[in-house]
Ligand binder design. Structure first.
Ligand SMILES: NC(=O)c1ccc[n+]([C@@H]2O[C@H](COP(=O)([O-])OP(=O)(O)OC[C@H]3O[C@@H](n4cnc5c(N)ncnc54)[C@H](OP(=O)(O)O)[C@@H]3O)[C@@H](O)[C@H]2O)c1
Length: 267
């Protein structure tokens, strides 16, 4: 996702840097293909930069904010990760400690590279939000400015993904239960009779989620924390996190067999 946003920024005339240290070959290849300038470390990367865009697996978002603050960045930091509003507020406070300001971001939809629709929700100080939105003017990344403080864009993302990824995890879990009980024939009959769209939804949930399940686990825990913070039960998404954790071995698989995914959940 980060490379697709960077590629869009380059088409809009911006210089895009990235920090190469500790990153995998596939990240190196994406950054090179998109024409990003490689920086050895965060301190060099943020020096003279106007905006830092953080797009990484949610469990590392807080670390990235700390590293950017420790590097003495004083510009505009955009945390566009799938984190709870509390995590976003925590990152904003880290960033403020270094004299920088933060805009909260929430990305919905797959990378625009494949022609997909990509929404970037933004919240925080109105002037800072407008500055970030302008970077993407005229690009396929549709920015949506929320009239909300830091935490608003993250909460929007948590609510959206809480349904999409949470309901996928639930569907996978009930199918795995039926498989373990040896009643897939009965369930298939019930689905075809009453809810005929569910068979295809299950296939898409398995094939679409399994390669990214390792990353969804942390996102589900952020959603659970978000629900808990407003007095709602966190158990749905704690369980969804456990479901995705069991599928971590499918990381980056390109040829996922839905039956193997279901099987893996109970073995
Ligand atoms: N992909 C989507 O469709 C989508 C949609 C909406 C929102 N998002 C959000 O975008 C963020 C990234 O997701 P993604 O799908 O782009 O994941 P991804 O394909 O796994 O890419 C994550 C990138 O972050 C890098 N990274 C890993 N650990 C890091 C760290 N500690 N510090 C800095 N960079 C690190 C990875 O480098 P290595 O290769 O070295 O690990 C990789 O380049 C998440 O917060 C996600 O919720 C993604």
């Amino acid at each position: 996702m980060g490379s697709s946003l960077g590629a869009v920024l380059i088409t809009n005339g911006h210089e895009v840097r990235w920090v190469a240290a500790d990153r995998s070959d596939s990240t190196h290849q994406r950054a090179k293909a998109d024409g990003f300038a490689a920086m050895d470390d965060i301190a060099t990367g943020v020096m003279g930069a106007e905006v830092v865009l953080s797009v990484c697996p949610p469990e590392f978002a807080g670390d990235v904010a700390h590293q950017v603050a420790d590097a003495g960045f004083t510009g505009l930091f955009v945390d566009a990760n799938a984190v709870s509003p509390d995590s976003a507020r925590g990152a904003a406070s880290t960033i403020a400690g270094a004299g920088a300001t933060m805009v909260d971001g929430g990305i919905i939809g797959p990378p625009v590279r494949g022609g997909a629709r990509n929404l970037l929700y933004l919240s925080g100080d109105a002037n800072d939000v407008a500055t970030v939105a302008r970077l993407f003017d005229g690009t396929p990344v549709e920015t949506v400015v929320l009239d909300a403080p830091i935490g608003g864009a993250s909460a929007t993302k948590m609510a959206f993904a809480g349904w999409t990824k949470g309901s996928s995890a639930l569907l996978l879990a009930v199918r795995a239960m039926a498989t373990a009980e040896g009643v897939t024939e009965g369930l298939d009959h019930a689905w075809q009779t009453m809810l005929p769209h569910l068979s295809e939804q299950l296939r898409r949930a398995a094939v679409g989620s399994a390669p990214k399940a390792w990353r969804f686990e942390a996102e589900m825990r952020e959603i659970a924390a978000t629900l808990d913070s407003v007095g709602l039960p966190a158990g749905f998404h704690e369980a969804a996190a456990d479901v995705y954790a069991r599928l971590a071995e499918f990381r980056d698989s390109t040829d996922v067999n839905p039956d193997e995914v279901i099987e893996r959940l109970t073995h």
